[in-house]
Write a protein that binds this ligand. Structure first.
Ligand code: ZN
Ligand code: ZN
Ligand code: FE
Length: 747
C-alpha cells in the first residue's frame, strides 16, 4: 500500500514498468486511500521494490509511506494496471499542472518530430488541471480533444513501456496545438519566427502578452527600466511588484540571494513564484523600492525556448488582466483587452479550461508559507481529520478561494482574487460550477463568513436555500485559526493568535488582532488590541495616513500639534480637517482593532507609505525598511485590551531622532513581544501550550520569524499554515473543517 500524492501523476505506469522490468507478476490499482500494488514475490523482493518506489517515483508524486503486507493471493499471468473500483475516487486523479521535465527538454533537441515543439510533454510533465473539462481524466475530457493524435503519438500513447503511455496531452509537431503571434497589422505562425519576433520586441523595450498554462501573462525585459515603467503605465498597475522569470537557477542566484529551501521550491515541478531577497537590482520599477522580488523559473517548453532567443536573462511576467479582474484566459478577450496594452498578443489554439494564476510562496525560518495557491497546487487536496463530504465552504471576500469536501479530503479551489466586483463574482461562481461537475459534488452543508456584506456569503445563502441544506456562519478569525488546526489535524484546545487586516466580529466591529482560546467547536476571545476609529471605512485602508491620525487622536493629549509632523504637512489641508472631524464627531468611522491598520499607521508616520497603491503596501514597506538588528521594543500595556498608546507616543518622539529602520524593527519587536506576553498569560490561566498563528499579517517575514523564536524559547509549540495561505485564501479550509466538526458532533 503506497500512501501520499500518488494519483494522476503517472504513478501506475511507473509501477508497471518497475514490476515488468523485474519480471514480477501482479497488479496495481487505485483506492481512495492510496495505491495498492500486489506482487507475487518474497519478502526481500518486496522490500527492494518498496525501496525503489521511494527512489525512482515520478517527480510529481509525493510518497508518504510504503507499507508491506503479507497475503495469500491468487496467481497472476502477468503484471497489469486494474481500473479503479471506487468511482468516487476518480476525483483525486487530476494532478496539478506540472512543469516540463528534463527528459522532454532533451527531446526538444533530439526527438525528430518534436524538435522545438513547444507543447512537448510526457506522463511525468505537462498541463493537467488547466486543460481538464470533466472526469475521468482522459484525452476526450480535456481541451486536447480536438487534436487527433498522429500514428506515432498514438503508438507512444498506447505503449505501456513508453514515457508517454497515457500522457493525455501527448502531441508533436505534426498533430498538436501551435502558437500564433498577433500584432495590429500582422499575424506570424511558426515557432522560430514567433520567438524571433518576441526577441526583437523585448530588445526594443516593448512588451508582449503571452498565453501561459492557466492564463495570459504580460512580459517585458526586466532589466530595461523604460520598458517596465511603460508596461506599468499601460497596465495601470501603479506600484504593485511584478514577478520576474529568470533564464535559469544560476542567473537567478546572481540577482537574488536564495536559501536552500527557496532553491528547492524554485526548481520543483510546481514552479511557483518564490519571494526572495534581491541582491543586484533589476529595473527599479519591477519591485518599486521593496528589497524582495517574486522570482520564478521557466515552466513551459515555450519559456525555455524563449530564453534561447532573447538577450535579457530576466523578464517581467505578470498576470494579464485589467486592474482587479481575473487573469484573462480567452483568446478573443486577450486580443480585445491586451492588444491595447502591449500591441502584441501571442496565443495558442488549445483552450484553457481552468483559469490558474501563478502560485506564490515564501520561506520563513526554513518553513514554507503559501501566499497564493493556484498553478502547481490546485486541485490537490488537503487531508483533514474529519469527514467533510458534501460541505461547501464559500471562503472570504479578499484573495478568495472556495473549498469543497470529499470524504476526509478538503479540496481548496484555485485563487479567485477579490470577489467584490461583477467579473470576479462571475469567476467565483464559475469555479463553483466547475468544481461541482468535475468532482461530482452536491452540497449537503454550506458554510460562509459572518460578514453580512460579502458576496460570497450571499452566494452561500443562495445555495443553501436552493438546495435546502443547512448554512453555518463562522467568525472570520476563528476560521483563520481553524485553517491551521485543519492542516495539522489538531484536536482539543489551542491558543489562536490571529494578526489580520479586517474581519467581521461578533460585536459588529472590525476585528483583526485576536487572541483566541479555541476548539473545533467553539472559541473565546481572550484579548485584542485597542479599538481605533477608521475614518471613511475602506478609505482608511487605501490611505494609511488616516489611521495614523486616528491612532494619534486616540492616544495623544488635546494640545498635540499634528501639523508639526511631516506626514500631516504632506496632506491637503481641507482633506486633513475633514478626516479630523470624521474621527472627532464619529462620522463614518467604524471601529477596528485589525493589526494591519496599526502597521498602516506606523508606516504612514514614518513617511514610508502615506497612501496605499496596492494591497498591503504600507506593511510591506514597513517590513522592507528593517535594516538594523535589535531586540529592543516599545512599551505597551496589557489588560483585556492591549494598549498601544505608549508605543505611539514614543514613535512620534523618535521620528526625527532615530533612524527609520530602527523604529520599524522596534515596532515589529513590540508586536512579537505582545504576542509572547498574552500567550504567557493564557498559558498561566489555562495551561495551554499549543499556539496556532494565522492571518494575513503573518506573511510578514520578520514578524513571523521573531514570533516563532520568542514563543518556542518559552516552551510553546507553534503551528502555522503551510498548505494554504495564512491570508484570507486559507479561510475556506478553516470554514470547511469547522463545519465538518459541527456536523459530526450534531449527528
Ligand atoms: Zn516530460
Ligand atoms: Zn503527433
Ligand atoms: Fe483575514
Amino acid at each position: 500500500m503506497v500512501r501520499g500524492l500518488v494519483q494522476g501523476v503517472g504513478f501506475r505506469p511507473f509501477i508497471h514498468r518497475l514490476a515488468t522490468g523485474r519480471a514480477l507478476r501482479g497488479e496495481v490499482t487505485n483506492r481512495s486511500d492510496g495505491v495498492v500494488v500486489t506482487l507475487e514475490c518474497n519478502r526481500q523482493q518486496a522490500e527492494q521494490f518498496a525501496g525503489d518506489i521511494h527512489l525512482l517515483a515520478p517527480r510529481a508524486a509525493t510518497i508518504r509511506s510504503v507499507e508491506i503486507i503479507r497475503k495469500d493471493i491468487r496467481s497472476y499471468a502477468d503484471f497489469r494496471i486494474t481500473a479503479s473500483r471506487d468511482v468516487d475516487n476518480a476525483v483525486t486523479e487530476v494532478s496539478p499542472d506540472i512543469a516540463v521535465c528534463d527528459e522532454c527538454l532533451q527531446d526538444l533537441v533530439t526527438d525528430e518530430g518534436r524538435i522545438d515543439y513547444p507543447f512537448i510533454n510526457c506522463t511525468a510533465c505537462g498541463p493537467r488541471f488547466s486543460i481538464v473539462r470533466a472526469l475521468p481524466y482522459d484525452r476526450v475530457n480535456t481541451t486536447m480533444a480536438p487534436f487527433a493524435m498522429c500514428p506515432r503519438c498514438e503508438g507512444e500513447y498506447q505503449d505501456i513501456s513508453d514515457r508517454r503511455f497515457h500522457a493525455q496531452p501527448v502531441a508533436c509537431n505534426s498533430c498538436g496545438p501551435e502558437y500564433t503571434l498577433n500584432e495590429e497589422e500582422t499575424t506570424i505562425k511558426g515557432i522560430s519566427a514567433i520567438l524571433g519576433r518576441i526577441a526583437s520586441r523585448l530588445n526594443a523595450g516593448l512588451s508582449v502578452a503571452v498565453k501561459s498554462t492557466g492564463g495570459y501573462n504580460l512580459m517585458c525585459d526586466a532589466l530595461n527600466e523604460e520598458a517596465v515603467a511603460s508596461l506599468r503605465i499601460n497596465k495601470q498597475r501603479d506600484r504593485k511588484p511584478f514577478a520576474v522569470m529568470f533564464r535559469d537557477i544560476g542567473t537567478l542566484k546572481e540577482y537574488c540571494s536564495v536559501s536552500e529551501e527557496e532553491e528547492t521550491h524554485l526548481l520543483s515541478w510546481r514552479r511557483p513564484i518564490v519571494i526572495v531577497d534581491s541582491t543586484i537590482p533589476l529595473a527599479p520599477s519591477v519591485s518599486s523600492g521593496l528589497r524582495t522580488v517574486g522570482a520564478m523559473l521557466p515552466h513551459m517548453p515555450f519559456h525555455h525556448m524563449l530564453f534561447r532567443y532573447i538577450s535579457t536573462p530576466a523578464v517581467v511576467l505578470t498576470s494579464g488582466n485589467l486592474s482587479d479582474e481575473p487573469i484573462i484566459t480567452g483568446d478573443d478577450e486577450a486580443i480585445r483587452s491586451l492588444m491595447p496594452v502591449t500591441g502584441c498578443v501571442v496565443s495558442y489554439n488549445r483552450e484553457i479550461s481552468n483559469r490558474v494564476d501563478d502560485s506564490v510562496i515564501r520561506v520563513i525560518n526554513g518553513m514554507t508559507g503559501m501566499v497564493r495557491r493556484a498553478r502547481g497546487f490546485a486541485p490537490q487536496p488537503v487531508e483533514i481529520a474529519s469527514d467533510a463530504e458534501g460541505i461547501l465552504a464559500a471562503g472570504a471576500e479578499q484573495k478568495n478561494t472556495l473549498c469543497i469536501g470529499k470524504g476526509r479530503q478538503a479540496l481548496p479551489g484555485q485563487y479567485n482574487g477579490d470577489v467584490n466586483n461583477v467579473a470576479t463574482y462571475d469567476f467565483y461562481r464559475e469555479t463553483y460550477t466547475l468544481y461541482s461537475s468535475l468532482f461530482r459534488f452536491t452540497p449537503s452543508y454550506v458554510v460562509c463568513d459572518m460578514h453580512p456584506g460579502y458576496l460570497t456569503s450571499r452566494f452561500a445563502g443562495e445555495i443553501s436555500e436552493e438546495m435546502d441544506v443547512p448554512l453555518l456562519k463562522v467568525q472570520h478569525h476563528y476560521a483563520h485559526a481553524a485553517s491551521v488546526m485543519a492542516e495539522h489535524q489538531l484536536g482539543g484546545k489551542v491558543i489562536g493568535v490571529i494578526m489580520d487586516g479586517t474581519g467581521y466580529g461578533t460585536d459588529g466591529n472590525i476585528w483583526g488582532s485576536e487572541f483566541l482560546v479555541a476548539t473545533c467547536h467553539t472559541f473565546e476571545r481572550f484579548a485584542h488590541f485597542d479599538y481605533m476609529k477608521m475614518p471613511g471605512g475602506d478609505a482608511a485602508v487605501r490611505e494609511p495616513w488616516r489611521m495614523a491620525l486616528s491612532c494619534l487622536l486616540n492616544y495623544s493629549d488635546n494640545n498635540f500639534d499634528y501639523r508639526s509632523l511631516r506626514l500631516f504637512q504632506s496632506i491637503d489641508e481641507r482633506k486633513f480637517s475633514i478626516v479630523h472631524s470624521m474621527i472627532e464627531q464619529d462620522i463614518n468611522a467604524p471601529l477596528t482593532c485589525g493589526a494591519g491598520r496599526f502597521f498602516d499607521a506606523v508606516s504612514a508616520l514614518l513617511m514610508l507609505c502615506p497612501e496605499n497603491v496596492f494591497d498591503s503596501e504600507a506593511p510591506m514597506r514597513l517590513e522592507s525598511a528593517i535594516a538594523a538588528r535589535t531586540d529592543e521594543y516599545y512599551p505597551f500595556s496589557s489588560g483585556e485590551t492591549i494598549g498601544l498608546g505608549d508605543m505611539f507616543r514614543r514613535i512620534v518622539f523618535d521620528i526625527d531622532r532615530i533612524d527609520t529602520s530602527m523604529i520599524a524593527i522596534k515596532f515589529h519587536n513590540t508586536i512579537a513581544r505582545i504576542i509572547l506576553d498574552v500567550c504567557m498569560k493564557i498559558k498561566k490561566e489555562t495551561g495551554l501550550k499549543r499556539v496556532v498563528l494565522s492571518g494575513g499579517v503573518f506573511q510578514n517575514r520578520y514578524l513571523l520569524g521573531k514570533t516563532l523564536t520568542l514563543l518556542s524559547e518559552r516552551g510553546f509549540t507553534v503551528f502555522t499554515n503551510h498548505q494554504v495561505p495564512a491570508n484570507d485564501g486559507g479561510i475556506s479550509l478553516g470554514q470547511l473543517f469547522l463545519a465538518a466538526e459541527r456536523r459530526s458532533s450534531c449527528a
